[in-house]
Design a protein around this ligand. Structure first.
Ligand SMILES: C[S@@+](CC[C@H](N)C(=O)[O-])C[C@H]1O[C@@H](n2cnc3c(N)ncnc32)[C@H](O)[C@@H]1O
Length: 186
């Protein structure tokens, strides 16, 4: 299952560039790199931060098991509504800031998650909120779980590195713009 490209998505991304941080949805190659570290046979709970138009979301849903849950936190109400209309019983969409992971997991009676996948434009978000989001990711991931984040620069490497046991960097030119993927292991 793949997300259909809509010209309107790019227009919306450009219009809201301060919160989206990009002009076009992620490429299939970037999504493949981003999700590669996830063992979908074993994952039972995945959180996605900043799903936007749902191109990463649909790739995750297409690969995850029928008993795995995907929890999406998206700040933009229009994107959140569109994701809700995917109507997949495994998908929980919240129109909320990524820093509210804990209260949403409480709402769903979930203690910890296997992986967190993020498209958040960390470089554009206030430092204090970035610290809050990263601390929430770290404290709600199970041991050995992955935090997978793509970025167009290494600006937030120093924020991420101290919070995880290991941080590997990958890079792909096959995205607009080219992107780094942070693979962080708790
Ligand atoms: C670059 S877009 C990602 C879209 C899609 N996942 C992709 O990879 O093409 C980033 C998304 O993060 C959302 N976002 C920005 N700040 C956020 C926050 N603090 N909490 C949740 N979502 C946020 C934006 O509304 C936007 O939809």
């Amino acid at each position: 299952m793949t997300a259909r490209f809509r010209f309107g998505d790019s227009l919306k991304l450009i219009k809201n560039i301060k919160t989206t941080g990009t002009i076009t949805p992620s490429s299939k190659v970037l999504i493949k790199h981003l999700l590669r570290p996830i063992d979908f046979e074993k994952a039972r709970c995945i959180v996605e931060l900043g799903p936007g138009n749902g191109c990463v979301t649909q790739s995750i849903l297409g690969r995850m098991r029928s008993d795995c849950e995907l929890i999406c936190l998206e700040l933009d109400g229009e994107f959140a509504k569109r994701l809700q209309s995917l109507n997949d019983p495994r998908l929980h969409v919240y129109n909320a800031c990524a820093s509210s992971i804990r209260s949403i997991l409480d709402d769903l009676h979930i203690s910890e998650v296997d992986h967190v996948v993020s498209s958040l434009p960390l470089a554009l978000i206030d430092d204090e909120i970035v610290q809050d989001i990263l601390a929430n990711v770290g404290s709600n991931l199970r041991d050995g779980g992955r935090f997978l984040q793509y970025q167009y620069s290494l600006a937030n490497y120093g924020d991420v590195k101290p919070l995880f046991k290991d941080v590997k960097l990958h890079f792909t030119l096959r995205n607009m713009p080219p992107a780094f993927v942070y693979e962080c292991v708790k």
